[in-house]
Design a protein around this ligand. Structure first.
Ligand code: NAP
Length: 524
């Protein structure tokens, strides 16, 4: 491996000199500890990283978009240059296979370059201009111009299940840096080496492109100490998080209880309901079973868009269930991301199996081995499902629950579900044409609706919404994937009666940047 791992945090442009161990990565396949020992920063160093971010903000937030785009592209180039190191270290730390590491690296660098293009194009700032009308009666109208401006330093918590795309230089970091916000990253203990490899890339890119010190820091240490110190510090203005519901709720509470509360964009749990309509099940039952099985077991089921809840109407589905059973019972076991996540999956599936009214449809029990997961499918009647809120929760891993009932009962259940990242319907053309009320009920519960597809596989693009009502996320008005994520880290500002020279370029007469704007209510 060309990267030498030091095991220390990155504080602005320097390395932490803390000495207290924050642990080592553990290979989830073997249980073997991986060098080096990671060291937590001292609380003084955490304060220093935050102070540097605060000092960097005025300069970084007013750099021309082209300079920030150059920084984002340089980060992407630096990461691409060490993809072999990521492909070597990543599987050891996460149990995820090398092709996944390479694929996720490409997604991450593509994401950074997409944000670079977005800010170069410039229209994302939502510039609005209302020209003055001094002669308006009964009162003159002032010249008023508005656009989005960055919030300030952002704390980003790395996700265990996406060591690249939702971690050090992942979606939240790319969105915040694109918006003009310095970023303080809290590393995840599951993949500290990958975090350091990527952190070094961001550091090199910041120095090479002349960014102010403090635009980026990477901090090891515990969530309760280092993470909470970030969330509670008055300099920090927003938080991005992907992980457990308890972790997300703790951060939301801390952020809400600050003297100045700040937004927390926490992605927590989602079971991503899939409604199978009878015609589709009869027409292509086996293909549906194969598609759902692929989606359920992808990445050992450790995707936030994993289909954990399937509605199957009564009176159909024999071929579908037979195929699903065959696939599940012959499925290989898979290493999960870490011991805690594997244990949590086993406990969740044991709880489902023990719940009155729940039946196991398929489970490769014989292949159940320590530190590995096998897929499992349960079923329950819709009325029993409605009685027991525990059955609405996430089994983070390759586990799903099939809920059976009449179509009317299924539709009546949708409003009782918690908020979701996705909701899927499979139907024939005729069935879909008469499913408007079902689809609109699903729209009220989810951030992304899918017809005749599967929820895993989240495209990074301008129109993606990877968000949803609570508890899928803490704030369903935003997305963590795609360019709309930039809005998380901005707020609108109006300039009233300003001379041209004091206005941001985006708002000046003659539209010098040539961006799409709204002028007196018309899009130009
Ligand atoms: P996690 O336990 O929530 O940890 C994520 C990050 O948040 C870590 O950096 C952790 O710090 C920090 N953290 C957690 N609780 C905190 C608290 N009370 N105060 C401050 N910081 C806190 O999530 P995880 O380790 O990724 O996985 C645990 C479970 O979360 C999984 O089994 C799964 O159920 C769920 N999960 C869901 C998704 C999803 O997308 N739906 C994704 C990942 C995980 P430390 O480093 O100190 O632990």
């Amino acid at each position: 491996m060309s990267t030498q791992l030091l095991g220390t945090s990155i504080i602005g442009f320097t390395r932490s000199t803390g000495t207290e161990s924050s642990g080592q990565a553990v290979n989830p396949a073997s249980g073997q500890k991986l060098d080096p020992v990671y060291v937590a920063p001292t609380l003084d160093e955490v304060d220093q990283a935050i102070a540097l971010a605060g000092q960097a903000f005025p300069e970084y937030s007013t750099l021309p978009a082209a300079k920030r785009a150059e920084f984002l592209r340089k980060i992407a180039d630096e990461i691409d240059a060490v993809v072999d190191d990521i492909a070597e270290r990543g599987p050891l730390e996460t149990g995820l296979p090398e092709p996944r590491m390479r694929g996720e690296t490409a997604r991450t660098t593509g994401q950074l370059r997409l944000f670079a293009s977005l800010i170069e194009e410039g229209s994302w700032v939502d510039a609005r201009i209302e020209f003055a009308q001094p002669d308006r009666q009964p009162l003159p109208k002032p010249d008023l111009r508005s656009m989005l401006r960055p919030l300030g330093p952002v704390a980003v918590f790395c996700a265990s299940n996406f060591p690249l795309a939702f971690s050090v230089a992942g979606g939240d970091t790319a969105a915040a840096l694109a918006a003009g916000c310095p970023v303080l990253v809290k590393a995840h203990s599951s993949h500290p080496g990958v975090a350091e490899i990527v952190g070094n890339c961001v550091l090199r890119a910041a120095q090479a492109t002349g960014m102010p010190e403090g635009v980026f820091s990477l901090l090891y240490g515990s969530g309760r100490e280092v993470g909470m110190a970030l969330v509670k510090d008055p300099v920090v203005q927003a938080v991005g998080f992907t992980g457990s519901r308890s972790g997300g709720l703790a951060l939301m509470e801390a952020a809400a209880n600050r003297p100045q509360p700040i937004p927390v964009y926490a992605e927590m749990s989602s079971v991503n309901p899939v409604v199978l309509l009878p015609g589709a099940v009869e027409e292509r039952g086996e293909a549906l079973a194969e598609g759902l099985f692929g989606s359920l077991t992808l990445g050992a089921g450790q995707f936030c868009t994993n289909p954990g809840l399937i509605f199957l109407p009564d009176g159909c589905g024999d071929a579908f269930l037979a195929k699903l059973r065959e696939l599940v019972e012959t499925a290989p076991s898979a290493v999960m991301l870490n011991h805690g996540i594997c244990q949590a999956f086993k406990e969740a599936t044991a709880d489902f199996a023990d719940t009155p009214g729940v039946t196991t449809v398929a489970h490769a029990f014989t292949k159940q081995v320590e530190e590995r997961a096998v897929p499992v499918v349960f079923t329950v009647n819709v009325r029993r499902f409605l009685e027991d809120a525990e059955l609405h929760g996430e089994m983070f891993g390759p586990g799903t629950l099939i809920v059976r009932g009449s179509l009317e009962e299924i539709e009546a259940t949708i409003p009782e579900l918690e908020g979701q990242l996705t909701a899927t319907v499979h139907g024939t053309d005729d069935e879909l044409a008469s499913s408007a009320s079902l689809i609109s009920a699903l729209e009220r519960r989810a951030g992304r609706l899918i017809i005749n597809g599967f929820p895993t596989g989240v495209e990074v693009c301008h129109s993606m919404v990877h968000g949803g009502p609570f508890p899928a996320t803490s704030d369903g008005r935003s997305t963590s994937v795609g360019t709309m994520a930039i809005n998380r880290f901005c707020r609108p500002v109006s300039w009233q009666g300003f001379p041209q020279g004091l206005l941001p370029e985006e708002l000046r007469d003659g539209n010098p940047l040539g961006i799409s704007r709204m002028e007196d209510g018309k899009r130009v």
